[in-house]
Design a protein around this ligand. Structure first.
Ligand SMILES: Cc1ncc(COP(=O)(O)O)c(C=O)c1O
Length: 386
């Protein structure tokens, strides 16, 4: 059999895979496992979204569509984006993809030549480095400062002649941190000075707690679009993970590059799913807030419980707690957070993810998306075990 490409051989399989396989094994053996490892809320997709998708199907909206995405959908996205971010984009500044994961892949493919570098602050979402590598790029990891905030000095130091982009993710997966406007403003200035692109992954923009949307680069400066590619998703905000709809907001020239790439890759995304997305954008603020309030309560509960066991940052957004568990490793109870996560799963049947997967060993990622009862039970089991 011929060997696979080096490109594929170099992909680091997700460190969370080992946990996910073990969860499946345990469930197959009849054990109930509480899944604090999943990055998905347990909310159903709102019924009006399902109805619109079904209507599109019954009206035979099943043919090829524009590579860039349905125009009505892009116009609605632009409207929502401008309202929330004080932007001035149009439908021409948007391209749709099969989830934001696909968009990110295409962004790196269209931006990087072999050997180009992309700065990725720790902790990071697992897909960023692999997606950079698949485009021939080199991920350059930088440490964060206290409270998982961006360390601008570390970023400045990491910039070299081959640097093309800086990836930020706010609200952040796994830490739940949100970057404040003054930090974003300095980052934008730096990107302009050094002629870099900020790739801003805002997949969790719909789940911000305690305060109102403080993080938009667009509210800072109307020229932002020349140095920014913003990546957003319907997955989390509208409980539509399986629809696979994400999008990039970028300058006309980047949209053209992404369109040229997409035209030979997947063509358009699922035609009828896009009608569900159009409906999603007409949900009332009240409907949207129901899920946010529920997750905020779960966040509060999870934070209250687990911060009695671990050194814990209170997430400002997103789906996860990311406590520091170095105390348990230094005491010699576990050799790493990977082994700690595995032992917790084996002994308590609660699944959590190791920090190694997110570039910060000595941490665990605990998702607070399961029900409050599950969060309480998971806490009790982990507490007894520890
Ligand atoms: C930070 C971040 N970005 C992007 C995604 C991908 O979302 P999707 O491809 O469903 O839009 C995820 C999924 O977990 C994520 O955590």
């Amino acid at each position: 059999m011929p060997s696979p490409s080096n490109r594929v051989k170099e992909i680091v399989p997700s460190k969370s895979l080992e946990i996910a396989i073990k969860v499946l094994d345990l469930r197959e053996d009849g054990h109930g496992v509480i899944g604090l490892h999943v990055g998905e809320a347990d909310f159903n997709t709102p019924s009006s979204i399902l109805k619109s998708t079904q209507k599109a199907l019954s009206e035979n909206k099943t043919k090829y569509d524009l590579v860039q995405g349905n125009l009505e959908l892009r116009k609605s996205i632009a409207q929502r984006f401008n309202k929330l971010n004080h932007g001035n984009i149009t439908a021409q500044n948007i391209i749709l993809g099969n989830g934001s994961k696909h968009i990110l892949y295409n962004v790196f493919q269209s931006l990087l030549n072999p050997g180009d570098e992309v700065i990725i602050p720790r902790p990071y979402w697992v897909t960023f480095p692999e997606s950079v590598k698949l485009a021939g790029g080199i991920p350059k990891f930088v440490s964060s400062s206290k409270g998982f905030q961006l360390d601008l000095d570390a970023i400045k130091e990491a910039i070299g002649p081959k640097t093309k982009a800086i990836v930020i993710n706010s609200p952040n997966n796994p830490s739940g941190v949100i970057y404040p406007p003054h930090v974003l403003s300095q980052l934008l200035t730096l990107a302009k000075e050094k002629d870099l692109i900020i790739i801003s992954d805002e997949a969790y923009e719909g789940f911000i707690y305690d305060e109102e949307r403080p993080f938009s680069l667009y509210s800072l400066d109307k020229e932002t679009i020349n140095n920014t590619i913003t990546v957003q998703s319907f997955s989390k905000t509208f409980s539509m993970t399986g629809f696979r709809i994400g999008y990039a907001v970028a300058s006309n020239s980047w949209i053209t590059h992404l369109k040229n790439l997409g035209g030979h890759q997947v063509g358009n995304i699922c035609t009828f799913a896009q009608y569900g997305a159009i409906e999603a954008l007409s949900l009332s603020e009240e409907e949207m807030q129901t899920h946010v309030r529920e997750l905020q309560e779960r966040r509060d509960l999870a934070y209250k419980l687990f911060s009695s066991l671990f050194d814990c940052f209170k997430p400002q957004g997103g789906f996860c707690l990311f406590p520091n568990v170095s105390k348990y490793i230094e005491e010699g109870r576990f050799t790493s957070s990977q082994s700690m996560a595995m032992e917790i799963l084996e002994k308590t049947h609660v699944a959590v993810l190791p920090g190694e997967a997110f570039g910060l060993p000595d941490h665990l990622r605990l998702s607070f998306t399961p029900s409050k009862d599950d969060i309480k039970n998971a806490f009790q089991k982990i507490k007894e075990f520890l």
